[in-house]
Ligand binder design. Structure first.
Ligand code: NDP
Ligand code: 8X3
Length: 254
């Protein structure tokens, strides 16, 4: 992994931050994206000092097509040659029933988890095809395998991530590129704080009675797929907390 270029979206927290630390610890150089510029700056200082790697920051909203295009097309030198794209930026808002949810919140979730991911894939993959090198790793979810109460729109976006991963794998089948869909279960990150619209106590309660995964647990699966030999394509990984067996067990009443 030494000197490879890894582009991680949503690197300011949780799974994305865990991936940044893991790839940095293995000697990779990182392009880190997210909207929280302060957190990105902090990570850059820390990871460059701790691991002697280089970090380039691309702070933008993955939903912003024009900005993403300018930022990615302006990459220079070695930063153009992205080896691994980790499409991680994503969120859910609320636990509303499908017939009661807030349309504007659904727009944010759909635009980020599906269209934002597609936006970055569309911008980064052509260069990988041209160079004959590349790996697209999408962070899906067990929520994409089956809906749970109060989660249908989020679950639908993660089902879309599965389909987009499967479709891209077929579109790239005659190239050396690889596509992986990582499907975590319960991971304790800022995800639930966002889901409960900033209510930290409700977010903490969500994990009561179960030891969830951490962002770095999931990063180990991402790294496993990325570091497999070139002829090995890890198509999917479903990684769950030990006391979680299905998508539905994640449901908690608000
Ligand atoms: P966090 O809330 O901790 O992290 C989400 C990251 O996404 C943050 O870095 C946030 O950064 C970034 N992000 C959100 N919206 C945008 C945007 N529009 N543009 C750029 N970056 C954005 O949650 P997780 O780490 O848990 O979530 C990461 C991924 O993992 C998501 O796709 C989620 O669906 C998935 N997942 C999470 C699970 C869980 O239980 N936590 C389980 C299964 C999958 P910033 O605010 O700085 O933009
Ligand atoms: C996140 C997992 O089921 O907590 O994708 O929504 S879940």
């Amino acid at each position: 992994m030494k000197d490879k270029i890894i582009f991680i979206t949503g690197a300011t927290s949780g799974i994305g931050e865990g991936c940044a630390r893991k790839f940095a610890s293995e000697g990779a150089n990182l392009i880190l994206n997210g909207r929280n510029q302060d957190k990105l700056n902090e990570l850059k200082v820390e990871l460059e000092a701790d691991f002697g790697i280089e970090v380039l920051l691309l702070p933008f909203d993955v939903r912003d097509r024009e900005r993403a295009k300018v930022e990615i097309e302006s990459l220079e030198g070695k930063w153009k040659s992205i080896d691994v794209l980790v499409n991680n930026a994503g969120l859910v808002i609320g636990f509303d029933k499908e017939f009661e949810g807030v349309l504007e919140e659904w727009d944010i979730v759909i635009d980020t988890n599906i269209k934002g991911l597609l936006n970055i894939t569309r911008l980064v993959t052509p260069g990988m095809v041209q160079r004959g090198v590349g790996h697209i790793i999408n962070i899906g979810s067990i929520a994409g395998d089956a809906a749970y109460p109060g989660g249908s729109v989020y679950c639908a976006t993660k089902a879309a991530v599965k389909t987009l991963s499967d479709g891209l794998r077929q579109d790239l089948v005659d190239t050396p590129l690889r596509v992986t869909n990582i499907k975590p279960g319960l991971v304790e990150t800022n995800f639930s704080v966002v889901r409960y619209r900033g209510d930290k106590e409700a977010a903490d309660n969500f994990y009561k009675g179960i030891k969830p995964l951490s962002g770095s647990d999931v990063a180990e699966s991402v790294y496993f797929a990325a570091s497999a030999p070139a002829h090995v394509q890890v198509a999917e990984i479903l990684v769950l907390a030990t006391n979680q067996a299905t998508s539905n067990v994640t449901y908690r009443a608000v």
